[in-house]
Design a protein around this ligand. Structure first.
Ligand code: TNX
Length: 527
């Protein structure tokens, strides 16, 4: 059998050529689109690099076992156990996990020589005797398992149709950001988000841990940050903070799902919670009140004071020590109360601190106008109306070798309202309907400003929480737009809205089965 590559807008399957051109009844009028009947391999979201269907499939039943390979690899065993848990919940089957690879069932195989799958991709082969998942890494096996879940019904046992997938991501960095500073969210709530995003192969969770309204992570050397600075949030609620053990627990939970945590301590602005906790951090030695409003840009660390640098060294040092991932995010946005020269001087020192603690800097793209340190990653959050000069500075940094994470506010900001009817959310970057969030090309997005595709490390969808305080509001803003982010980050592209919206609609039973709140966008054929 021949594997046919996914080509522009068309998925070709053995025995059937399935056009992703507008389906019958799929015209441009919102609300006029009818759901298409998609075969399981066509439904996959994110769309795989290549897939074909054909032959007899494998029937999941009471005797199905998950085999984690002959090598006895502990990590592969862990991937198998987690996949079994996930499939037990949906199928109701016992699905025991055993070693070895001989016999029917689901087989997980590590193969360092597997071709066309890179570090995070996989092959999936389904036939009458079972489903074999092959990858070079446990991460690849995890992603294979998430595809397998989508080939089975959202609930109840079923058959994985015969076929084969060879898959690998387009971008290495596929992120979601959650702001737990403006409103506090618990570790349990964030774990649920990790479950939800990792099911779509998102591999990074950026945690915005500190802001004017609250400090959410315990720091041993500076206990009042969390104990006092954590006790506020937008609107005057009680706030809260995570102990270091809770943070470690979340990091380990995410790691099991191949999600890296990138913690952010925002500086030199967005620091009122810190300034309120320690008078000595203020230039005038006086601590301000805690803040529960939604203004930005009014606070700054005291750039001229040595104590400031002892503070960031201890805070970033403690955080680096409990963060296994390679990145530390130091913010650097909206420092409107820090003069430009002070900003640059401060960011020089902050970047040096991060490097000394063995981590790579990530910062919002404002750092481009100062002096990004070698290797620093910039996160672009501009939009269609961002001045050219700002884009040019970002392009210059990209050309000088700084990787970019793209988070265009008018595409990927999950706190922007969908439209005028959306309850929570903001609209300073305009409305961001589901189509707009998905229908663009990260590779060429800043090409006109001179950013080469090779500089794009990936994409990230931030969820700021000035107006979002509950799990259901959080989910309503993230879903379904975060699935568009997942597809942009993983699939080879280009974006194909008529195909994508059908596949998105096909995810509804899965979102429903997990009780995820989502926005039923009118131009998606939910059925
Ligand atoms: C801009 S994006 C911010 C945040 C706000 C957000 C609200 C960025 C780096 N800064 O402080 O929460 O807009 O949409």
């Amino acid at each position: 059998m021949r594997v046919l590559r996914r080509t522009l807008g068309t998925l070709l399957f053995l025995g059937a050529a399935v056009s992703c051109a507008p389906a019958p009844g799929d015209d441009a009028r919102p609300g006029a689109v009818r759901p298409a009947v998609l075969a399981p391999y066509e439904r996959l979201l994110p769309a795989p690099a290549s897939a074909r269907t054909g032959g007899t499939g494998y029937v999941f039943g009471a005797g199905t076992v998950i085999r984690t390979g002959p090598g006895g690899d502990e990590e592969v065993r862990g991937v198998g156990e987690l996949l079994a848990e996930q499939l037990r919940t949906s199928s109701g089957l016992p699905l025991p996990v055993v070693g070895g690879s001989e016999g029917d069932g689901v087989r997980l195989l590590l193969d360092e020589g597997a071709e066309g799958v890179g570090d995070e991709g996989y092959r999936l082969e389904s036939g009458p005797r079972g489903v074999t998942l092959t990858a070079r890494t446990p991460a690849g096996l995890f992603h294979a398992g998430q595809s397998l879940r989508q080939l089975l019904p959202a609930s109840g046992p079923g058959t994985v149709p015969g076929g084969e997938i060879t898959d690998a991501p387009r971008f290495a960095y596929r992120g979601a950001m959650l702001d737990i500073a403006r409103h506090y969210f618990t570790v349990e709530q964030v774990k649920r988000y990790v479950d939800q995003i990792s099911a779509y192969k998102v591999n990074t969770l950026h945690l915005h841990l500190t802001d004017d309204q609250g400090w959410r992570i315990a720091v041993d050397g500076w206990p009042r940050l969390a104990e006092y600075g954590g006790g506020s949030e937008v609107g005057g609620g009680p706030g809260g903070y995570w102990t270091k053990d809770q943070y470690r627990d979340l990091v380990a939970y995410a790691a099991r799902r191949y999600v890296d945590v990138v913690p952010e301590i925002d500086m030199p602005g967005h620091v009122n919670a810190a300034l309120a906790s320690y008078a000595e951090l203020n230039c005038d030695g006086k601590a301000p009140e805690r803040y529960t409003g939604t203004k930005v840009g009014f606070s700054s660390l005291c750039v001229g004071k040595e104590r400031t640098y002892e503070f960031i060294d201890e805070v970033l040092g403690e955080l680096a020590a409990i963060t296994p991932g390679r990145y530390l995010h130091i913010g650097g946005d909206e420092a409107h109360s820090t003069p430009a020269a002070d900003y640059a001087a401060f960011m020089d020192r902050a970047q040096e601190v991060v490097g000394r603690h063995g981590k790579t800097v990530v910062a919002w793209h404002q750092l481009a106008a100062a002096r990004p340190a070698p290797g620093a990653v910039l996160q672009y959050w501009g939009h269609d109306r961002t001045p050219d000069a700002e884009k040019t500075a970002v392009a210059a940094a990209a050309k000088a070798g700084h990787p970019l994470i793209l988070s265009p506010a008018d595409r990927l900001y999950l706190d922007m309202k969908y439209d005028v009817t959306t309850g929570p959310g903001l609209n300073w970057a305009g409305f961001v309907p589901v189509k707009r969030a998905y229908d663009w090309n990260p590779g060429s997005y800043l090409a006109a400003s001179g950013v080469p595709q090779s500089a794009v490390l990936g994409v990230e969808a931030p969820l700021w929480t000035e107006t979002i305080a509950t799990r259901s509001d959080l989910e309503f803003m993230a879903f379904p737009r975060i699935l568009g982010l997942a597809e942009l980050g993983w699939s080879p592209g280009p974006a194909n809205w008529p195909s994508y919206r059908q596949r998105l609609a096909a995810q509804a039973p899965r979102l429903d089965a997990q009780d995820t709140t989502y926005y039923r966008a009118p131009d998606v054929p939910w059925g």
